[in-house]
Design a protein around this ligand. Structure first.
Ligand code: C5P
Length: 290
């Protein structure tokens, strides 16, 4: 079942509108298990979503348009090159979109994919069109999991998404050093493509501590090639891992955002405060993942 996405309301005779939250996606694990003939990599990844994210608002309009605002808007395109625009262009109904950016771009936390998924959900809410148009998956490998917006195991090249129900709550600090990472470059720097997947059946974790212990034995295979591309990522992981109460520090996606996991929200908030004091130029936030 999909989490409820839309939070807009429509009253009176004005244009119809719909607002949807676009949560950050975090890859708790990311095992690269092979490469297809077309160059795309086979993945086995446990994905969760954060309570921090961007916001997408759409309203009916004469023509398609995109306005990008918010604290992380700088450098984000507001033309047809933005995935949000590409997602909206799949529908017959033109809309005016406002994208409020709170997440860093090209950061391994699915900003673009989550924004695109939120746009699809917002327009489908606006138009009452239940079936999403053709071409949504082609927008990006993470769009399908971002449409689901709940803990899931993602495999294939990202097109196979199986929900993982009853995941114990996780508390995290997310940190990004402000360098944009090009995903193809990171995949390109990966030397060993055929790595071990996660266990065929995922265990049942009785609590947060068990889940973190299990996660510690898993991997993000893109971490090493990402560090080769952007060495500052190893500093981010080390700084996160050194925070009081941090049980595990790892990179998400192809970077450069990394996360530390904690057993309580209080520890995560204290960790985020400490790190923000030490690294005022980094993007840092506490988050609860589910
Ligand atoms: O689909 P998306 O735009 O997110 O992917 C960006 C790039 O990352 C692709 O062009 C490809 O080079 C690489 N990629 C990959 N295998 C995947 C997903 C992405 O090689 N499963």
């Amino acid at each position: 079942m999909r989490k409820k996405a839309a939070s807009g309301s429509n009253t009176g005779n004005g244009p119809l509108f719909s607002k949807v939250f676009a949560p950050a996606k975090v890859n708790l694990t990311l095992h690269v298990t092979g490469q297809r003939a077309d160059g795309y990599h086979l993945l086995d990844s446990l994905v969760v979503f954060a309570d921090v994210g961007d916001r997408v608002a759409v309203r009916t309009a004469e023509t398609l348009s995109l306005d990008v605002t918010g604290p992380m808007a700088q450098g984000v395109p507001s033309d047809a090159s933005n995935l949000v625009w590409k997602a909206a262009a799949l529908f017959d109904t033109p809309v005016a979109i406002t994208l409020s950016k709170y997440l860093p771009a090209a950061a391994g936390i699915g900003g673009g994919s989550s924004d695109a998924a939120a746009t699809l959900l917002a327009i489908s809410d606006l138009t009452g069109q239940k079936r999403l148009p053709e071409g949504t998956v082609e927008l990006g490998a993470d769009v399908r999991v971002c449409l689901m917006r709940q803990a899931a195991r993602m495999s294939g090249i990202g097109e196979i998404v199986d929900p993982v129900p009853d995941l114990p709550p996780l508390h995290a600090v997310l940190a990004n050093p402000g360098v944009e990472v090009a995903t193809p470059a990171v995949f390109g720097a990966l030397t060993e493509k055929a790595n071990k997947p996660m266990s065929k059946a995922l265990p049942r974790w009785p609590g947060t501590r068990h889940l973190i212990d299990w996660l510690a034995a898993q991997r993000n295979d893109l971490e090493a090639p990402a560090i080769k591309t952007e060495p500052v990522i190893s500093e981010v992981i080390a700084s996160l891992g050194a925070l009081s109460g941090a049980r595990l520090a790892r990179m998400s996606g192809s970077g450069a955002t990394c996360f530390a996991l904690f057993e309580t929200r209080e520890d995560a908030e204290a960790g985020a405060e400490t790190l923000a004091r030490d690294q005022p130029a980094w993007w840092i936030t506490p988050a609860t993942l589910s």
